[in-house]
Design a protein around this ligand. Structure first.
Ligand code: FE2
Length: 343
């Protein structure tokens, strides 16, 4: 097949059935392709990279420059790329402590984010989930050993988020979890194993997004049915993870309730103080911190439907959420963030 646009309706329809989406960055992992790579433009699939070739850096950069985040490949090429991604994750896991930590950490995050995208498309795939869990665990150990690089890693990933390198549903969990891990480590209140588990809890908490159709992610207004769907993602995450990963029940409960602070703020806004205070008994410091860093990263980043708040403005909101219950921890959080973002 040559690089010409597929214009015939029936040919296009057949193609549509055979093609699978992948992130443009995943093309870096491709070896020789069996079929062309397509983009979807003006309602048709347009081949952009020839079959029988290995996608070059230039070709991939050009696609990214032209704002193509997703491209389409045939199933067999997708399988090849998926398996190369798995091997690349194994390789980085084995060698993460060798060489430049910043480079290795960045690479580890990139590969893990690509695997997360695959997991969002196939949330019931046990192999993808196991790979995600083990590599996240490994990355948390690496971060704990290399705390000096965390502010730079965070800033670089955050820049990537504002440049839309990955969709926010893919990059936000990593950003909030890095910040959580760095804070927990600085607070000296938790053992390493607890920090590792809380990192995993935080990182996996939004896996339930996989149940929400991608087309709804960036909508400015949602129907009440869609709002319910979004509100339910924490329950979906719990259901998807229960009995499938070696994370204790209390952490899975944190996942299930990771939006409790948002609900509390909503209740306060509605003047329902009784309801707002009701949840305090069951929510401990760990749940609060997981939720706080999630909200913080969400607030300081821009969304298609709203502007970003400053760190100071975000802290004002967080103060209302936690300072009554955890005044010391809130103070520690302010000091931590000041240091973390000082450059
Ligand atoms: Fe969430």
């Amino acid at each position: 097949m040559s690089l010409t646009t597929i214009n015939s309706y029936s040919a296009h329809h057949r193609l549509n059935l055979k093609l699978k989406p992948i992130l443009v960055g995943e093309l870096h992992l491709a070896r020789k392709l069996e079929y062309p790579v397509y983009i979807f433009r003006d309602g048709v699939f347009v081949p952009v990279i020839n079959e029988g070739t290995v996608p070059s850096k230039d070709q991939i950069t050009k696609l990214i420059k032209n704002s193509y985040k997703e491209v389409f490949v045939y199933e067999s090429d997708k399988e090849q790329i998926k398996s190369n991604l798995r091997s690349a994750l194994v390789k980085i896991t084995r060698s993460i402590s060798l060489g430049d930590p910043l480079e290795n950490g960045t690479k580890g995050i990139k590969l893990l984010t690509m695997n997360l995208a695959n997991l969002y498309s196939n949330p019931h795939d046990n192999e993808l989930l196991t790979v995600q869990f083990q590599n996240s665990q490994n990355l948390s150990k690496f971060f704990l050993e290399n705390k000096k690089i965390l502010p730079i890693i965070f800033q670089n990933q955050f820049k990537g988020l504002s440049q839309n390198n990955f969709h926010f549903t893919l990059s936000q969990p990593m950003l909030s979890s890095i910040l959580l891990l760095a804070f927990l480590q600085s607070s000296h209140l938790f053992h390493e194993k607890e920090i590792e588990n809380l990192f995993l809890t935080s990182y996996l908490k939004d896996i339930g997004y996989s149940i929400i159709p991608e087309s709804k992610y960036d909508l400015k207004t949602l129907s009440s049915k869609d709002k319910d769907l979004f509100a339910n993602h924490a329950n979906f995450s719990f259901d998807l993870l229960e009995d499938r990963i070696p994370l204790a029940k209390n952490y899975l409960e944190i996942i299930r309730n990771h939006h409790f602070l948002n609900d509390r703020i909503k209740a306060i806004a509605l003047g329902n103080r009784h309801f707002a205070n009701n949840d305090e008994m069951m929510m401990g410091l760990e749940s609060t911190l997981v939720a706080v860093f999630d909200i913080l990263v969400a607030m300081i980043s821009e969304r298609p439907y709203r502007r970003a708040l400053s760190l100071y403005q975000s802290l004002e909101v967080i103060k209302r959420m936690m300072a009554d219950e955890y005044p010391q921890e809130f103070k520690a959080l302010v000091v931590f963030l000041k240091n973390f973002f000082k450059n």
